[in-house]
Design a protein around this ligand. Structure first.
Ligand code: NDP
Length: 498
C-alpha cells in the first residue's frame, strides 16, 4: 500500500505516514459502514447521545494530546487550536447530542385543504444512511471532523476524508470515538489524496464538502452525476467595514486578530478592510502597531507565539504572489510584506495600504496573514466594494451608532455579518452558517439545516376516519359532484385556503 508522509509545516519534519487509500479501499469501508448503520440508527437519540457525550468528555480529558496533534500537523498556535478547534469540538458533541432530537422531531402539519380534512399530517426526518464528509487542512477538527458530529447524531454512518496534509487529528479522534463505544464501522477515516475524495463521492448517499471553490465544483458535479445531495462550504474574501463613528480601539484589535488568526487561514477571516476617510489614518496607525507586535514562531505550548506557520506549502506562494503583485502596483507594506528564508512554510503578518480594487489581494482568497486596508469616502462606497466580489461568506461592520451599523450590515451580500465583531458567530452552533453566493458554497452548517441536511424527509398522511369512501372518491355521482364543486368554490373564494 502506498503511503503519504505528513509534515510539521512549522519545522519541515516528517511526523507520520498514513495510507493513500484506493477506490477499492473506500468501497470496502462504505460496505462496512452500511452494515453498521442500521444498528446505530436503532439506538435512537438517547442511545447515540450516550456515545456523543462520552466523546465530549474524552476531548476535554485529552485536550493536550489533541492540541499537540493539531499543532504538529498545521503549525498553528496553541490558542488557535484550543479556541477554534478543541473547544468547538467538545461543544459540538454536547450540542448535537442535545439538539438532534429537537431539530429532527416529527412535525405535525396543519392543512386548510379540504381533501385532507380530518387526516393527520406529519413531516419527519430519517437518517440519510451513509454520509461522506470531505474536509480541508486549515481546521482539521472543526471543519473536517466537526461536520461528522451532526451526521452521526442523526443516525448516519460516516466516512471522513480529511486533507492529505492534516489527517492525524481525524485518526486520533476516530480512536477516541472507538474508546467511547461507537460501534465498529459507523465512523471511518479514509485517508488519501483528491482521488480518494472523488471515490468517496461515488459511494455515499450525501456529501458534505468543505474546501476550495474549484474542488467544490468538481465534487458538486460528481455528486450530480449520482443525483445525491451535496452541501458545500467554500472560499471567502470577507470584508470588514469601519465606519467613522466606530470605536477604533476595538475595531483595530479585531482587525489584527481576525485577519491573523490561524495565520490567516480561516475561511471567514478578515481578508480586506474598508475604512471611512475621517478615521482611516488613526485606524491604520492602531492596526499597524498591533500587528507589528505579534510574535510569530514555532508553537511550543500556551502563550509561546501569537501566530504560527502556514499549513499548506503552496499557500505561501499564493500569499507571496498577492503581496508582491500589490507592492509592484503601488501598495505599501507597513508591516511584513516579504517572504522569509526559513525552514518550514512561513509568511509574516503583513499590513498593506494604498491598495486598490483591481489587485488580487482585494479580490482573490489570499488565505494568509495579510490585511490590506483601503480608504473609502463613505459607507455606500464601502458596501459597494464589499459586495463587488464573487464570494459572500461572512463580513463585519464596526460603528458606534448600532442602528446605522446594522443597516449597513444588512446591505452586505454575505451569509453572515457581524456588527462590532467578527468570526465568533461561527461558534454559535444555533446560528446557520454558509455562503450567500455560489462561490462561497451552497447549504448551511449549524442550526436546524446543519442536521436536517443529513436526513431524508418523509411526509406521512394518516386517515383516521373509518368511512368506506371519502366524499371525493369513486363512484362519481352527479349530485355529489355538484355539491363538491359548490363546496370547493366557496372554500377557494374564502380565506381558508389562502
Ligand atoms: P481543497 O479544495 O484543495 O481540498 C479540500 C478537500 O477536498 C481535501 O480533503 C482534498 O484532498 C479533497 N479533494 C481534492 N480533490 C478532490 C476531488 N477531485 N474530489 C473530492 N475531494 C477532493 O481545499 P483546501 O484543503 O485547500 O482548503 C482551503 C479552502 O477551504 C479555502 O478555500 C477555504 O476558504 C475553504 N474553507 C471553507 C470553509 C467554509 O466553512 N466555508 C471552512 C474552511 C475552509 P487533499 O487535501 O488530500 O488534496
Amino acid at each position: 500500500m502506498t503511503t503519504i508522509a505528513v509534515e510539521n509545516p512549522a519545522t519541515g519534519a516528517v511526523i507520520g505516514t498514513v495510507p493513500d487509500l484506493t477506490a477499492d479501499d473506500v468501497a470496502a469501508a462504505a460496505r462496512r459502514a452500511r452494515d453498521a448503520q442500521s444498528a446505530w440508527a436503532d439506538l435512537g437519540y438517547d442511545g447515540r447521545a450516550v456515545v456523543l457525550r462520552r466523546m465530549q468528555r474524552w476531548i476535554v480529558r485529552h485536550t493536550d494530546e489533541v492540541i499537540a496533534t493539531i499543532c504538529s500537523e498545521t503549525g498553528k498556535a496553541y490558542e488557535d487550536a484550543l479556541l477554534a478547534e478543541v473547544s468547538y469540538g467538545a461543544a459540538a458533541f454536547g450540542f448535537w447530542a442535545r439538539q438532534a432530537p429537537r431539530y429532527l422531531a416529527d412535525v405535525r402539519v396543519r392543512s386548510a385543504q379540504p381533501l385532507v380534512a380530518g387526516k393527520r399530517l406529519v413531516h419527519r426526518y430519517r437518517p440519510m444512511g451513509l454520509v461522506g464528509v470531505i474536509g480541508p487542512w486549515n481546521y482539521p477538527l472543526t471543519n473536517s471532523f466537526g461536520d461528522c458530529i451532526p451526521a452521526l447524531a442523526a443516525g448516519n454512518a460516516v466516512l471522513l476524508k480529511p486533507s492529505e496534509i492534516t489527517p492525524l487529528t481525524s485518526l486520533l479522534l476516530a480512536e477516541g470515538l472507538r474508546e467511547c463505544g461507537l460501534p465498529d464501522g459507523v465512523f471511518e477515516v479514509v485517508t488519501g489524496r483528491g482521488a480518494t475524495g472523488a471515490a468517496l463521492v461515488d459511494e455515499v448517499d450525501m456529501v458534505m464538502f468543505t474546501g476550495s471553490t474549484s474542488t467544490g465544483r468538481l465534487v458538486a458535479a460528481r455528486a450530480a452525476e449520482r443525483l445525491i445531495p451535496a452541501s458545500l462550504e467554500l472560499g471567502g474574501k470577507d470584508p470588514m467595514i469601519v465606519l467613522a463613528d466606530a470605536d477604533l480601539e476595538r475595531a483595530s484589535t479585531h482587525a489584527a486578530y481576525y485577519s491573523m488568526l490561524n495565520c490567516g487561514q480561516t475561511c471567514i477571516s478578515i481578508e480586506r478592510c474598508y475604512v471611512e476617510a475621517p478615521v482611516y489614518d488613526r485606524f491604520v496607525e492602531l492596526v499597524t502597531a498591533k500587528v507589528a507586535a505579534l510574535r510569530q514562531g514555532v508553537p511550543a505550548g500556551p502563550g509561546s507565539v501569537d501566530v504560527g506557520s502556514l499549513t499548506f506549502p503552496p499557500q505561501v506562494d499564493v500569499v507571496d504572489r498577492h503581496v508582491s503583485e500589490a507592492l509592484a502596483a503601488g501598495a505599501r507594506a507597513l508591516v511584513g510584506g516579504q517572504r522569509p528564508e526559513r525552514r518550514g512554510h512561513w509568511y509574516p503578518p503583513t499590513v498593506l495600504v494604498d491598495v486598490d480594487h483591481d489587485m488580487a489581494i482585494m479580490r482573490e482568497e489570499t488565505f494568509g496573514p495579510t490585511l490590506p486596508i483601503m480608504k473609502v469616502p463613505d459607507a455606500d462606497e464601502a458596501v459597494r466594494l464589499a459586495n463587488d466580489s464573487d464570494y459572500g461568506l461572512c463580513a463585519s461592520v464596526f460603528g458606534g451608532d448600532l442602528e446605522r451599523a446594522e443597516q449597513v450590515a444588512r446591505r452586505i451580500d454575505a451569509g453572515a455579518v457581524a456588527v462590532n465583531d467578527a468570526v465568533v458567530n461561527y461558534t454559535a452552533l444555533e446560528l446557520p452558517m454558509g455562503g450567500a453566493k455560489p462561490a462561497s458554497g451552497v447549504g448551511r452548517r449549524h442550526g436546524r439545516e446543519g442536521i436536517t441536511k443529513y436526513c431524508r424527509q418523509q411526509s406521512l398522511l394518516i386517515s383516521r376516519w373509518h368511512l368506506r369512501h371519502d366524499v371525493h372518491t369513486y363512484p362519481y355521482r352527479p349530485g355529489r359532484s355538484r355539491l363538491l364543486a359548490r363546496v370547493l368554490a366557496v372554500l377557494n373564494r374564502g380565506r381558508r385556503t389562502a
